[in-house]
Design a protein around this ligand. Structure first.
Ligand code: TTP
Ligand code: MG
Length: 367
């Protein structure tokens, strides 16, 4: 158990269940018990932002085109998002968190890390605090949240997802080692499709396999992130819960299964990346003045090009157009490109909290 005498940190990760959809069901009795999707309407680029649990039973998921959602679940109702309502709930859950600790790091409107190693009320037990937080969210907001309790951010975040909805999962210090050994590599932070495939080709399927590599090999195969994998495979994640950390940039990038050599195919990839970036901007209700394009060539040489607007932008077409122009300025035809990324920055006054990551940037690895 994590008690006061132990020198482990006590970290809680709280994540609201089916967030936008639950708020809609709470505020509109007609939606309760029904399969609903928030988003997916014309003007939202026809993509589901999130689905109620009733709709998830049919396989409807976030980021799915509404056409597909309708095929899977013919009775599904599409609901217009109401960001102001989600923002209000978000502020209230943050107020609830602040009753127990000031070390709160929001990752988005619906999730946050809390360090309760020393809680304000002297409760001492992180599990007890997680229960109280869940109870307050239910009583005061009529919504459910899931919580993960552990010794570091990485494990707490995985734990909060393990017993959704309305879950509370505790991975104590003595359980950390076996938990990490059993963990499929896809669950490791920063492991996207490409890295997962690479690891599997090396016979690495679980945390236990990952642990077989020494630190030098890890860095040789996976670069800078290799160092992080080496530590995390051993249950070590020293990242601190950082309250009020500012969002400096929001972006997405993709490493391709094969090198791209033609501008046309690069444009297709840029479109997907731009859409991911826009979705994220929307989640944080942010607009940025600077669009940065990152290009990594097959020889791993990397360049960036950026363009700044007088006014902040968040429109997918504007961002995509800018990224295409930046790409063309590098004369991309016949160059072998293995990675493209788009980042928005320069948020000015409207900065909100940052998303996950062990760097100061939000980058969605390989999505
Ligand atoms: P999540 O916490 O990923 O999802 P969720 O809260 O809807 O469901 P879960 O119970 O699995 O946690 O995201 C929080 C909100 O962010 C979600 O309600 C809607 C929004 N969102 C998008 O707009 N697009 C996306 O692709 C995702 C994943 C989320
Ligand atoms: Mg959630």
């Amino acid at each position: 158990m994590m008690d006061k005498s132990s020198n482990h940190r006590k970290i809680i990760h709280v994540d609201m269940d089916a967030f936008y959809a639950s708020v809609e069901q709470r505020d509109n009795p007609d939606y309760r018990g029904k399969a609903i999707a928030v988003g997916g309407l014309p003007g939202n680029r026809g993509v589901v932002m999130t689905a109620s649990y009733e709709a998830r039973k049919f396989g409807v998921r976030s980021a799915m085109p509404s056409k597909q959602a309708l095929q899977l679940c013919p009775g599904i109702l599409f609901v217009q998002p109401r960001f102001s309502a989600y923002k209000e709930v978000s502020q209230k859950i943050r107020e609830i968190f602040s009753r127990y600790t000031d070390l709160v790091e929001p990752l988005s409107l619906d999730e946050a890390y809390l360090d309760v190693t020393e809680d304000k009320q002297g409760i001492g037990s992180a599990i007890e605090i997680a229960k109280l937080i869940k109870q307050s969210i239910l009583n005061e907001l009529q919504l459910t949240a899931s919580a993960g309790v552990s010794v570091n951010k990485f494990i707490a975040k995985i734990a909060s997802d393990m017993n959704k909805p309305d879950g509370l999962t505790f991975i104590g210090p003595s359980a950390v080692e076996s938990f990490m050994e059993k963990l499929p590599i896809e669950k490791f932070f920063g492991v996207g499709k490409v890295t997962a495939a690479k690891m599997k080709s090396m016979g690495i399927h679980t945390g236990a396999d990952l642990k077989m590599l020494n630190e030098d090999d890890m860095i040789k195969h996976f670069g800078k992130t290799g160092k992080f994998y080496y530590q995390i495979a051993r249950g070590i994640d020293e990242r601190e819960v950082q309250p009020d950390r500012e969002t400096k940039s929001i972006g997405a990038e993709d490493t391709f299964a094969y090198d791209l050599t033609e501008a046309d195919e690069m444009f297709i990839e840029l479109e997907k990346i731009a859409e991911t970036v826009c979705k994220r901007l929307q989640n944080y209700e942010l607009k940025g003045r600077t669009v940065t394009l990152k290009i990594k060539y097959s020889d791993f040489k990397q360049i960036t090009r950026n363009y700044s607007f007088a006014e902040p932008v968040s429109d997918v077409n504007v961002i995509l157009d800018t990224a295409k122009k930046l790409l063309l300025s590098t004369e991309p035809d016949d160059k072998r490109i293995r990675l493209l990324g788009i980042t928005l920055s320069n948020f000015g006054e409207q900065v909100r909290q940052k998303k996950d990551g062990n760097s100061n940037q939000l980058v969605l690895f390989e999505e």
